[in-house]
Design a binder for this molecule. Structure first.
Ligand SMILES: [Mg+2]
Length: 213
């Protein structure tokens, strides 16, 4: 299996698009998690069936949330997605969430290209209210049989706020992976050099054109 943190970037989040890897399908009570150490999925635990997931659950590659894991995603689709696929996603917003005193925000997304509903969901307000109510209820209560009151949904916030959370998580990941920082610096130096070369070529072309007038 590919190591998603090596083969995928977080995606073009500044333009509202993300790369997302799916861990848990909608309706499953299997807490399937990306095991970054072994680069494969593992079943961390079986949750009570009363707390099956109200939407698909996954993560953004090359991100690091405050809980030490990749930044989580809630992916809303009509039918359950499969564990292990990756997809392009449109960011709708963020669910601000605390688990046992630790910040554990979830980015809320839909598929980037949905020809079934004609890309109906562009913002959080476009979602049926009942979906967000179910998500809020689920995350406020899914640990109640073990540790009641340990989780709390703080708020649902818009795209702008989601981008801030994503940006901070990418920064955290890059800081924890110095080799990526070097790679990014080299890439941007190469791009700068390419721009400089193409500017020079354009300049020469103009000069030749003017000289032959
Ligand atoms: Mg998390």
């Amino acid at each position: 299996m590919a190591d998603f943190n090596k083969v995928l970037t977080p995606g073009d989040y500044e333009n509202g698009e993300l790369n997302v890897v799916i861990e848990i399908p909608t309706g499953s009570n299997h807490k399937i998690e990306w095991d970054r150490k072994h680069a494969c999925f593992m079943l961390d635990r079986v949750e009570p069936i009363a707390f099956a997931k109200p939407c698909n659950y996954g993560f953004i590659p090359q991100t690091l949330d405050e809980d030490g894991d990749e930044l989580d995603v809630l992916m809303i689709t009509d039918q359950p997605l499969t564990t292990g696929i990756w997809m392009k996603a449109r960011i709708l917003g963020v669910m601000k969430f605390v688990d046992g005193g630790e910040v554990d925000d979830k980015i809320i997304c839909v598929p980037a290209d949905d020809r079934n509903n004609g890309d109906l969901y562009q913002t959080l307000e476009d979602l049926p209210k009942q979906i967000l109510k179910q998500i809020e209820y689920h995350f406020n209560h899914y640990k109640d049989l073990k540790k009641p009151g340990s989780t709390e949904v703080k708020a649902f916030e818009d795209l702008k706020s989601a981008k801030k959370v994503i940006e901070a998580s990418i920064k955290r990941y890059v800081e924890a992976h110095p080799e990526l920082k070097v790679k990014k610096n080299i890439e941007s130096a190469v791009n700068d050099a390419k721009d400089a070369i193409s500017d020079t070529i354009e300049g020469v072309k103009k000069a030749v054109k003017n000289a032959t007038k």
